[in-house]
Structures are given as structure tokens and as C-alpha cells.
Design a protein. Structure first.
Length: 696
């Protein structure tokens, strides 16, 4: 999931400055102004300070209080001016330095961060026992992606004040960003022991538990957070997504309707990745992503002057990802990385995740010309390293998923930045220039829903490794928990993709096809119980749902031989799981949707030359699956065709897809060198590398 924004800085209390350094002109007026500020009436307090300053401009306490109030009113330039004057009048008052740091960070996080940090350091030097200043410094460092330093600053704040609930909660956010989710849960729990009504800690703990697969606990935490603070940003989406992981469809229709209405109203209700799992339109997804980017990763303007063209013999392409490990996208893309044409491209990995010690990690490290471990770098440090390496094209591989760090891309470290196999939709960020797609996932009349320019590959956009490892050991039905006889429908998608309307269809199929079973991936125990209960409510014995345990990829691919028909989900299709099924000879029945994420399986089937498996309505999808389950000869013919198409189509031809992708990169770079802005284009199927067709 996305990096959490830390809780806001805290104001240092006015009394720290008041008594010694900043004598009031009128003690009564000053007391009244402070009471107004304490009660949140900042505008009135600022006006009263204004009147006091009219007669005595050097009233440091009035300047300080007006600066604090202006900061709370987001009048940041005025706040900075007041607080600068205060520290000139009294350079030994820590509170003004602390507040000046807060205002500088708020007015321009990146451009003024060095100055803000210097202010915090001055405050700490003056008052080393100020937990608030260490906390505020931690907030700024976390916002900059300097997570190790932020953690140390929060730890110092907590050493000074162990019962500092906000610091425990923000510390949890940093631990989560460092993929220390168990520690993040412990930090949230400590915050809640101190303040049982602290809604942000419940939300952060829900997110951490979800990332560890503890979805039922995540539901409970998110529900509690919503109960405590219904306006907490993104909390409704967190709760809905956690429930989807549990296949808990209580109030599903009402929750979806409210979520979509809030997205359309521009509210901070759901994260973009979570929106993929519920019915929405491309415009809804664009609006959701725009809201998220504004809140979490706005562009950093004029931070660095971009170089227009590098003088390289080869185009330097860097892939930015937290998933260079034993991960589905590693299995998809390893062959592409290995096969890139080194006479034309220099290929770099910028790894945001620590090594998992897997064979896939070792393979990926060997696949690149340079493999850079940036997991311990801040966003600014990582962006600086990319800039120093003079990367020409930076390809984001995370989007809005766990481990994503859009704060790096927001600094525009490369002249061309691309969304490829990162997020199946628009990332809505002005610093992402292109999205790589095909004409099925993004029809030519759908460009208005994409902030990026669209680059069309000639077949499917999805690259596959031509030679994945598949275990030779044959899994039996008994070993897989399947009955000895009977038709096997399967769907190995994540549980959050299963929606009530699709499950209704599946249960009708099981009722119609005697002895059939539905083979699903074991997501979590709660999802299993809920699906069994939902099956029973629809007149299907719960034992007819068979749950597959997670296995190493080579063994998982091999067991597909036991399935006869893969049933896809909607609105979010199978992606890697559909590719796996087709590769292993299992026909996939899909229903094409409205969004990128709901059209991926159709893209794969088109590339495979088997469009007859694509339905255009749920009724057609159900009828097609039922016909194939009853017509053994028709299914056998399809399966035979699939076996042939796998060897002749471009879907599993890594080199064909690699050439198309390299053609796309070459055209992007040629446009940039000519000084042309990004534009949509299509890579010609008949071209070896570079021919393109412009898209108006």
C-alpha cells in the first residue's frame, strides 16, 4: 500500500517564549489572545496580536503568537515573516525556532527542507529535552522519505516522552515504509494503549495487518477507526478493501455506491489500487488517482533543472521497483530484462526493496547491467542517484502498490518517466509521461481518462518470460484436495477480486454441472469461511469449494494441469494468473470490462488468437462457461488450439514483446531529443524496432 503521510507537526507552547524573552505590552490582552488561540480561534487571536503590534512592533510574544496563528490558518508566508523576526529579537527561544521549522516545511517541503531542519536543530540545541521538536523533525524527515533518520528522531521523542501517542503512531508509519510491519503493529498498539480513541493509529494498524494478510484484524481496526472519525482520510476505502479481502459483502452495494460518489466529489475516500476491485469507470479511477497524488506525491516544481539530452552511445533505461524478488512480476519480466538489446540499451535496476535471498532475486541481479540497491536511500537521495547516473527513461514498476515511492518520480530524476506494468490505469501524475498499453486495455477513444500519453504495443502489453521453471512432478487430484471425478472450474485470483455478482454466476454453474467443483486460491481463513457460507446460502455444498494452498511458482504452474476451465473475475480481471493458466493449457473465460484492469484477460486472449473466450456481458460469460463445461468435445478442441497457439502467438514470445517495448523506448527518446513533447503513438507490428504510427 501507499506510504502514509505522517501526522502534522505540533506547536511548541507559547509559554516557552513568553516570560523571559517576549514581554507583552498588555498582559491582559496577551492572555486573551493566547486563550483564543488555544480554543482554535486563530483568526481572532491573530487580529488581537495585530492590534498590539501596531503600537509596539517589537513585541516578540505577540509576533510569535501571530506567527503560530498564521501558520494554523495556512498563511505561511506571513507566519515565516513573523517567526523570522521573533528569532532575530530573541535567538535563544526554542519555541520560535521550532515553529519556524514547521512553517518552512509547510510552505515548500522540499525547497525549504534544509532550512527547516536547521531550525529544528537550533531548537534542539537550545532545549535538548523537547519531545515536540524531535517529533516535528521526524515528521519532516518521514515526508522526505528519509525513513531511517525519521525513525531515530521519533525514538528520541519517545525517550523523552514515552506516552507520546502521536509519535508512536508516526513511528509506525516509518516502520511500515521500511517493511517492518510487525513492528509497525506494535507501535500502533502502544499508541492505542496511551490513547484508546486515537483513530489514525487504528487505521495505520489496519493497513499493516492487511499487508501481513491479517485481513479480519484489519477489518476490525478499520471499522473502529471509522467509528471514531468518519472523516479520517481514506478510512472508508481501507475498510472496504479489507472486507473485500475477507469476501465480507455485508453492505457491499451501499458501500460501493457511497465510495464512487465520494470519489466523484474529489474526497479522500479510497486509495487507487483498492478502487480497482469495485465497479468503477476509467474516469472514476483517474479522479481517485488525482486525489491521491495531490495528497501524497505532488510534483516538486523547479527542484532541479532538467538536462534535455544526454550524450550516451546507448539509451539508459532504469526500472524502479520494490519487487525485484520472488514476486509475480519478477516471473513475468525476468526474461525481458535479460534479453534487452545491449547494443542499443543500457539497463539498470533501481531496487526499493531489500533482498529476500530467493533464486529469483539472484536471477534479477544478474539480468541488469547495473543493479542499484536504493532501499535505504531517501526519496531525494534515490532521485539524486538516478539523476547522477544520467538515466534517460525511468520505468516505474510499482504504481500505487505496497512499496511504491512516487516521491522519487515526483522529483523528475529522468527526462522521460513511464508507467509500465505498474498500475493498470492512469497514475494521474504530471511527472509520468507515458503509459504502455495495447488497444484492448485502453481503447483509442478512452484517452481522456489518462493523464499520460498512451503507447500501444502491437499485441498484448503484458510481457511473459518464455521459459519459466515448471516442476516435472505430477500433482494428483488427491494431493490437491480435488475429488477423483468431476469437472474442475478454477480461479486463482486474489480474494479481493471476487465480487458478489460474479460469485452468483459461479454458484449457478456449480448447481448446473453435477459433481463439479470450484478450485480457488487460499487467501485467508476468513475469506474461506465467508465464501463457504455464501455458497451454502446459494444452495451449494461448501465442500464443493476447494482451496489451493500457496506453493512455489514452479509447483503452482504444474498443478494447473488438474483444472479444466479458468473463470475470470470482474471488474478486476486476472492478470498474471490468467497468463499462467493460458501458458499451462487451461482455457480462460473472461468478461471484458470498462477499465484497464477489467480488460487484461481479453488483451491476452486477443494476443493468443482466441477471442471466442471473451464475453461482453455477464450473461454471455455464464452461458459460455456452462456450454464448455457440458460440451467436452468443444472444450477439448479449445484446449488443443490453446496448446498450438501458445507456441505460435506473440503472447509468450519474450523477444517479440521485447522488440516492441524497445521500439517504444526508442521513439520516446527520439521525440525527446528532437525537443518534441510526449505524444501518444503505436508501435508497428511489422516493424523490427522503430516504426511508429502517430495517434491523434
Amino acid at each position: 500500500m501507499s506510504k502514509r503521510r505522517p501526522s502534522a507537526p505540533r506547536a511548541a507552547p507559547p509559554p516557552t517564549v513568553a516570560k523571559k524573552a517576549l514581554p507583552p505590552q498588555s498582559q491582559g490582552e496577551m492572555v486573551h489572545a493566547r486563550m483564543l488561540a488555544t480554543s482554535g480561534r486563530f483568526a481572532e487571536a491573530a487580529d488581537l496580536c495585530e492590534r498590539m503590534l501596531a503600537s509596539r512592533p517589537d513585541n516578540a510574544l505577540a509576533l510569535y503568537l501571530r506567527g503560530v496563528c498564521r501558520g494554523r490558518l495556512r498563511q505561511l508566508d506571513g507566519a515565516i515573516a513573523d517567526l523570522r523576526q521573533v528569532v532575530l529579537l530573541n535567538p535563544h527561544g526554542y519555541a520560535a525556532w521550532n515553529e519556524l521549522g514547521n512553517a518552512l516545511a509547510a510552505v515548500d517541503l522540499h525547497a525549504r527542507s534544509d532550512e527547516a531542519l536547521a531550525c529544528y536543530q537550533r531548537a534542539i540545541t537550545l532545549t535538548p529535552n523537547s519531545a515536540e521538536t524531535f517529533y516535528n523533525r521526524g515528521v519532516l524527515l518521514a515526508s522526505l522519505g528519509r525513513n531511517g533518520e525519521a525513525l531515530a528522531s521519533y525514538d528520541r521523542a519517545l525517550a523523552l516522552r514515552p506516552a507520546f501517542a502521536q509519535a508512536h503512531n508516526n513511528r509506525a508509519g516509518v516502520l511500515a515504509a521500511l517493511n517492518r510491519h510487525d513492528d509497525a503493529i506494535a507501535a500502533c498498539t502502544r499508541a492505542l494503549e496511551i490513547d484508546p480513541g486515537f483513530a489514525p493509529a487504528f487505521k495505520n494498524r489496519a493497513t499493516a495487518r492487511s499487508l501481513l494478510g491479517r485481513h479480519e484484524d484489519a477489518v476490525n481496526d478499520a471499522a473502529k477507526a471509522l467509528q471514531l472519525d468518519a472523516e479520517l482520510p481514506f478510512i472508508r476505502g481501507t475498510l472496504l478493501h479489507s472486507r473485500m479481502h475477507c469476501c465480507d459483502w455485508q453492505d457491499y452495494d451501499a458501500d460501493v455506491a457511497r465510495t464512487i460518489a465520494d470519489v466523484r466529489a474529489g474526497k479522500r475516500v479510497i486509495e487507487p489500487f483498492a478502487l480497482l476491485g469495485i465497479p468503477s469507470s476509467p474516469d472514476d479511477q483517474l479522479s481517485c488517482a488525482q486525489t491521491w497524488v495531490r495528497d501524497h506525491a505532488p510534483p516538486i516544481v523547479d527542484r532541479h533543472v532538467m538536462h534535455s539530452t544526454h550524450a550516451h552511445a546507448r539509451i539508459r533505461v532504469a526500472y524502479l521497483s520494490a519487487n525485484f524478488r520472488d514476486h509475480p512480476l519478477g516471473y513475468l519480466m525476468a526474461g525481458l530484462f535479460e534479453r534487452h538489446d545491449r547494443s542499443r540499451f543500457e539497463v539498470v535496476a533501481i531496487s526499493l526493496g531489500r533482498s529476500d535471498g530467493s533464486a529469483m532475486r539472484a536471477r534479477l541481479e544478474r539480468a541488469f547491467d547495473h543493479f542499484v540497491d536504493a532501499s535505504a536511500l531517501s526519496d531525494e537521495q534515490a532521485a539524486a542517484q538516478i539523476r547522477d547516473m544520467e538515466i534517460d527513461i525511468l520505468v516505474d514498476r510499482n504504481g500505487f502498490t505496497s512499496g511504491a515511492r512516487l516521491g522519487i518520480l515526483a522529483q523528475r530524476p529522468a527526462p522521460i518517466q513511464v508507467n509500465y506494468l505498474a498500475y493498470p490505469g492512469s497514475m494521474a501524475a504530471p511527472y509520468i509521461d507515458y503509459v504502455i498499453a495495447d488497444e484492448v486495455v485502453i481503447p483509442r477513444d478512452a484517452h481522456a481518462a489518462y493523464a499520460e500519453k498512451v503507447v500501444y504495443l502491437p499485441d498484448s502489453y503484458l510481457v511473459n518470460d518464455a521459459t519459466p521453471a515448471v516442476t516435472a512432478e505430477v500433482t494428483t487430484r488427491a494431493q490437491a484436495g480435488l475429488p477423483a471425478n468431476g469437472f474442475v472450474f478454477c480461479c486463482f485470483n486474489n480474494a479481493f477480486k471476487i465480487t458478489p455478482d460474479v460469485f452468483d454466476i459461479w454458484m449457478r454453474l456449480l448447481r448446473r454441472v453435477d459433481g463439479s467443483v470450484l478450485w480457488l486460491m487460499e487467501g485467508n481463513a476468513t475469506a474461506r469461511r465467508n465464501l463457504q457460507r455464501e455458497a451454502t446460502a446459494r444452495g451449494v455444498a461448501p465442500e464443493r469449494l476447494v482451496f489451493a494452498q500457496r506453493l512455489p511458482n514452479a509447483e503452482h504452474l504444474a498443478r494447473h494441469a488438474l483444472a479444466q476451465l479458468f473463470l475470470d473475475t470482474l471488474p478486476c480481471n486476472a492478470h498474471t494468473t490468467a497468463s499462467d493458466a493460458m501458458r499451462m493449457g487451461v482455457p480462460v473465460v473472461t468478461c471484458i470490462g470498462r477499465t484497464f484492469a477489467g480488460r487484461v484477460a481479453a488483451s491476452l486472449l486477443h494476443a493468443l488468437g482466441m477471442p471466442e473466450l471473451i464475453a461482453h456481458s455477464r450473461a454471455e460469460y455464464e452461458a459460455l462457461a456452462l456450454r464448455l463445461a457440458f460440451d467436452a468435445d468443444a472444450l477439448a478442441r479449445l484446449t488443443h488450439r490453446l496448446a498450438l497457439q501458445r507456441t505460435t502467438s506473440t503472447l509468450f514470445d519474450t523477444d517479440a514483446t521485447r522488440r516492441a517495448i524497445e521500439g517504444a523506448y526508442a521513439e520516446m527518446w527520439a521525440r525527446h531529443r528532437r525537443g518534441d513533447p510526449p505524444a501518444s503513438f503505436a508501435v508497428d507490428r511489422d516493424s523490427a524496432v522503430t516504426m511508429t504510427v502517430a495517434i491523434p
